[in-house]
Write a protein that binds this ligand. Sequence first.
Ligand SMILES: Cc1ncc(COP(=O)(O)O)c(C=O)c1O
Length: 363
Amino acid sequence: MSQPYNRVYNFSAGPCTLPVEVLEEARDGLMNYQGTGMSVMEMSHRSAAFEGILHEAEANLKELMKVPDNYRVLFQQGGASMHASIIAMSYLKQGPKPQYITTGTWGQKSMEYAKVVGELDEIYSGKADGYRCAPDFDSLPINPEAAYAYFTSNETIQGVQFQQDPNVAATWVCDMSSDILARNVDVSKYAIIYAGAQKNQGPAGVVTVIIRDDMLARVPENMAPMFDYRVQAKNDSLYNTPPCWPIYMCGLVYQWVEREGGVSEMNRRNKEKAGLIYKAIDESGGFYKGHASQEVRSIMNVSFTLPDEALTERFVKEAEAEKLDGLKGHRSVGGIRASIYNAFPKEGCEVLAQFMRDFAARA
Ligand SMILES: Cc1ncc(COP(=O)(O)O)c(C=O)c1O
């Protein structure tokens, strides 16, 4: 099975594969975007054409995620990591200590960033068992009065994914970087959702922040304007020069998701795709071992190990020769990680599953 343009199956965790149609659309508009005589990369962010792109992207994301009217969508810079810090700087001291639920590396990092700002409570940590699990929200000692309650919906490195929205009232803040638009979420359950673009939305360089109006109102007066969500909202994400090209690309991806059937269809496909690889793991007689516990397996990042390091290296090398790229696991977990975001084609998962079976048989 060959891919268009002789492309590889790109299992990279992010930046990652984008829909071919989106890349073609971007290419076609590169020299002259819709008769403006220039590309979006060369266009003033104050031009009517760019403002149109920005507002359409915002409207499309709102539509796809059914974002209620009392939320704003911001397109921000600084990466998801910076927003973990901004959130702590903005809200950590507003009420009893915030509560952190850490189910993997990214939650752990966000918590460390927050500790620089002040005290917090880690009410769940998956660290002791190597980050394989995620708790039920209603099993946790959630304090609804706490400044906020924080979690990472999908841990990209460990492949651990919460299977539902929080079902307990709290000021929920969620890093949804690696599963936004992969499954339906009830935005009204959250105070803030933020997500780096470089997995399910577009290229690196922009972060979407979905924030409830009352959280905007609560930004402390002494925040630097660039870190002040209220300032960013008031200026429609145009306080300073925004990452115009990544925003444009995200807009094209949102349109692609819509054309393909929306978030529900993405979810259906993702489950099917992930199922193919988990099946190959589960039917390998223990040759492959999934990292995450069965009930919290991610449909975005499938992390698994082989019996030893030498086999893992051979697996990666032989997979590359078959155009299965980017499978080496993160150094902290080792093994293999197959990232299969929305734009990753099902055929790539079929090819990987078959490769896994063949490899195990000949190893
Ligand atoms: C879940 C999650 N959160 C945060 C980050 C950090 O994102 P950034 O590199 O944009 O700061 C990543 C990066 O892979 C991630 O997967």
